[in-house]
Design a protein around this ligand. Structure first.
Ligand code: BGC
Length: 881
């Protein structure tokens, strides 16, 4: 029995975060069946040998091992080591786990440092200092606006990109904490900072909403306090102030959308080393920015995950294009020794056009380029102040290109990738990977819509519809926590949840609206984090935001009819209108808005119950019930036909529990007919798609869900895959049958919303379902719903308790279902098409088709009835799918 994977606030050894009574969690690796934790003991110390402890929980008789609140007073700028041991159900004790740690930031200590900058657009700032005593530890607490990179003795501090990350800068500014102990040397030292525009000062938004820059401020500035603790117990603090030197940096452009221009001819490689001569430099100037905005970080670091090699293509137009094989967010790092003055020009694109030439029109106004002006010396270059969404990179300015000099560096926010899915159809496996790649590409600090064009914003609707998939694909609790923290700030300012967070579409007129399905990110996302990760603190933190979103909708219900109406963008990019290029679907927006109003009220009621707010729990449960009744009166015929005749309308009504038991079969039949007359093609947009397959599987039309999954003509998931997609497209027709592109005004090849089908792959095909009564997979349900469109499928999720697996395989007349249940959890296993069948469980025969089991590996073999497994959708004129 071994205690492992210690997490603090769902992060591994976090440094410099805002810890508000941190939540601790761990996993136990243990062989054997039905193993449970009966007790635990946590020790916390400021030294890693635990010589003296600042907290010892003693033996706590509890099976809890997730989200345990550490309720002790914490000191600023302190590293706390902690370890855990547990007892199992037979009272056997584990060893102590290895020590994990978390380190506090300044915890409200006032800043002595000043914000400093310079007159020029892109300054470099610097100061030297000497160290003459042995150093025990050194930390830099730093922030910069728009963006900054800090260097110590010529080395970049930390391994992060795009600091200080992107948040509602008018509400708070996140400072980072760097452990720079190993960068400090005896004798002379130097610290430097480069500044660039970022979303703070740079150009954001697209032409229709007005190109805008300087949204948050027009001055670039940097602030830092470097604290050096000496072995002799003394401390020295170096701060930013007017004693720093400033001059022009080598950057000529630092834009998120347009990219970066770096002039190596103006680059003194020693600028942040002690040896540089600063006699020609100016003095830095103090920039008036409110220091009270500074706050310990919540953003998880954006880091480089992997790098991919290039293949050189010469296109019919004779362009030199590098193909990295995968659309992703990041940049190109390259090596060069080209002669001085050479301009190496990299342009980024997601697809080649149907003639095989480089294509980038769908970037709209984003130039998405990097220019490096060579100084004749050998150099390895990567950009500092931008990133791109790309698979292809066109290189100009070089006569000869060696593909080996270039690599695609993939960046995204730090998160453990926890989910996997595979099945007998390679195209479905690619679809799963495409969704995962779109998640990775769009988890660059903010859950963005897309990583490539002049947008890259935290669209709340996209985040909401993909959230249930995202939380299984990866451990993104900390990532979403920061997004929701910002969401609440923006909501408070606007009075409603805006369409993007941070709200950089402020003052753009049209987009200053709430819209159904987007605003509901406020309720749906925290609830998912509670259900999938057991994160109770998120409900506490977000409760007011959840409630005020529901109250906002209620305030719009002017006649007290329990309907939410008004203008909404609705089922975005659905295919049910006559115009396949349209943005707006046909589903009545009032129907959608009222269904989401009910869903959000219900979630709020459940959250209130978890938090012991019984009055609210009852009130919002009643509200949800009343809204559902109003929905039926307004949008459902007495017999049960849903108005609107769209797939989305019917699916939403079914999936969001809007119907009475008597009405359900009528809508189910309506939906089955709808799908058959749509020739078994989906027509759903952003709001309908995530619910489509789950609704079908839930209401007895599992074979319809599989038929949609296996469909390979447009619109369908596998159509994209067969067209060579390596990520999820924004539109079902992003590439048309003839190879031409969909409407260029809005056509991203890396938008995760339609990848929400992966929730269905995990929960219905493989059958792994959390149980909100015992969140975090403490208790879960395994209910695979196979169909012989596939011969096997399996999924695995590393939950907070350990790895959950479920898979099935059809072989001739028999099926084998395999399930892994982690230590300290239980699952209810429901076997498909099993009634009245003889079942072998791990080789021994047992009775029944539903079992509750504890930890261990469980294998079931039997000859199923095939009642649902071999069902196919039959409809004229083509009976085969
Ligand atoms: C974005 C979307 C977003 C939508 C809302 C688009 O421009 O890319 O993903 O949700 O607008 O209208």
């Amino acid at each position: 029995m071994r205690v492992t994977r210690l997490r603090c606030d769902y992060m591994e050894n976090p440094v410099g975060f805002d810890f508000d009574r941190p939540q601790l969690g761990w996993q136990v690796i243990c062989d054997g069946r039905d193993k449970l934790q009966s007790a635990y003991r946590i020790q916390v110390s400021t030294s890693d040998d635990f010589g003296e402890t600042v907290y010892d929980s003693g033996n706590v008789m509890s099976s809890e091992s997730v989200a345990i609140r550490l309720d002790i007073p914490l000191s600023a700028r302190t590293r706390y080591y902690w370890r855990v041991r547990v007892w199992d159900e037979k009272d056997c004790m584990s060893d102590w786990s290895e020590a994990a740690f978390f380190e506090t930031a300044r915890m409200g200590e006032p800043w002595k440092a000043e914000w400093i900058g310079w007159t020029d657009e892109f300054p470099q700032l610097r100061r030297g200092f000497s160290v003459i005593k042995p150093v025990k530890s050194a930390r830099a607490y730093a922030c910069g606006v728009g963006m900054y990179v800090m260097f110590v003795n010529g080395e970049k501090a930390g391994n992060e990109y795009l600091t200080p990350n992107f948040n509602a800068y008018d509400s708070w500014l996140q400072y980072q904490t760097y452990d720079i102990t190993s960068l400090i040397q005896q004798g002379e030292n130097a610290i430097g900072a480069w500044l660039g525009n970022g979303y703070y000062k740079g150009r954001v938004n697209w032409p229709e909403v007005g190109y805008r820059d300087r949204i948050y401020g027009d001055k670039l500035a940097f602030i830092a306090e470097i604290t050096i603790e000496y072995e002799d117990g003394t401390r020295e603090v170096i701060i930013t102030d007017e004693s720093w030197s400033a001059t022009k940096s080598p950057f000529l452009r630092t834009e998120i959308y347009d990219g970066e221009i770096f002039d190596a001819q103006a680059y003194d490689r020693a600028w942040s080393r002690p040896s540089t001569d600063v006699s020609g430099w100016d003095k830095a100037i103090v920039v008036p920015i409110d220091k009270k905005l500074l706050h310990a970080r919540l953003s998880v670091p954006v880091v480089a995950y992997e790098s991919r090699p290039a293949k050189l293509i010469i296109t019919p137009k004779k362009e030199k294009v590098l193909d990295f094989g995968q659309n992703a967010a990041g940049f190109v790092r390259f090596k060069t020794r080209a002669k001085a003055g050479t301009r190496i020009h990299l342009q980024f694109g997601e697809e080649l056009n149907r003639n095989g030439n480089f294509y980038r029109d769908n970037m709209r106004t984003a130039l998405a380029e990097n220019i490096y002006i060579c100084d004749g010396r050998e150099a390895v270059y990567e950009p500092y102040f931008t990133f791109f969404g790309f698979r292809y990179c066109k290189v100009s300015g070089l006569d000869e290109i060696d593909a080996e000099d270039f690599e695609q560096v993939i960046i995204h926010s730090k998160m453990d990738l926890t989910g996997s899915f595979s099945c007998s159809d390679e195209r479905v496996n690619r679809l799963f990977l495409n969704a995962l790649w779109s998640q990775r590409s769009n988890f660059v600090d903010v859950p963005t819509d897309c990583p490539q064009r002049d947008e890259r914003m935290g669209w709340t609707g996209d985040a909401q519809v993909f959230c249930a998939t995202a939380v299984m694909n990866a451990d993104c609790d900390a990532f979403y926590r920061k997004f929701l923290y910002d969401l609440a700030f923006e909501q408070e300012k606007m009075g409603f949840v805006p369409v993007v967070v941070p709200f950089i579409l402020k003052n753009t007129g049209f987009w200053e609206i709430p819209t159904t399905g987007w605003g509901d990110a406020a309720t749906i996302m925290p609830w998912a984090m509670y259900v999938y990760y057991g994160d109770r603190a998120i409900l506490e933190r977000q409760y007011d935001s959840m409630k005020s979103w529901v109250e906002y909708m209620r305030s719009k219900d002017i006649d007290g009819k329990n309907l939410y109406g008004g203008f909404h963008i609705g089922d975005w990019v659905a295919q049910d209108t006559r115009d396949p290029d349209s943005f707006f679907g046909l589903t009545p927006v009032g129907l959608l808005a009222t269904a989401y109003y009910a869903l959000s009220s219900e979630i709020l009621s459940k959250a209130a119950k978890v938090l012991g707010k019984d009055g609210d729990a009852a009130e919002y449960a009643k509200l949800a019930k009343d809204i559902r009744e109003a929905f039926r009166n307004e949008y459902v015929s007495p017999a049960g036909r849903v108005v609107g005749e769209t797939q989305t309308a019917q699916v939403i009504a079914l999936y969001m529990n809007m119907l009475t038991d008597e009405q359900i079969p009528v809508t189910v039949e309506q939906l089955a007919n709808r799908l058959r007359s749509d020739n078994m093609h989906l027509t759903t947009g952003f709001l309908g798609t995530p619910c489509l397959c789950p609704a079908l599987s839930e209401c007895g039309l599992n074979e319809y869900a599989y038929a949609l999954l296996m469909q390979n003509t447009c619109p369908s998931w596998l159509y994209e895959v067969e067209k060579g997609a390596t990520t999820i497209w924004e539109r079902w027709n992003s590439i048309k049958e003839d190879g031409s592109f969909g409407p260029v005004k809005m056509n991203s090849f890396n938008h995760y919303a339609f990848g929400a089908v992966c929730e269905w792959l995990y929960r219905y095909v493989a059958g792994v379902n959390p149980d909100e009564r015992a969140p975090g997979f403490k208790i879960f349900t395994v209910r695979p719903m196979p169909n012989d469109a596939l011969s096997h499928a399996e999924a695995s999720i590393i939950t907070q308790y350990g790895e959950v697996k479920s898979g099935w395989k059809l072989e001739g007349k028999s099926i084998t279902v395999e399930v892994e249940i982690p230590f300290n959890t239980k699952a209810e296993i429901i076997l498909p098409d099993c009634d009245g069948k003889k079942v072998l469980e791990n080789g021994s025969s047992i009775e029944g088709s539903r079992f509750t089991r504890g930890s261990g590996s469980w294998t079931y073999t039997y000859e199923p009835t095939f009642e649902t497994i071999s069902r196919r959708v039959v409809f004229p004129p083509t009976p085969r799918i």
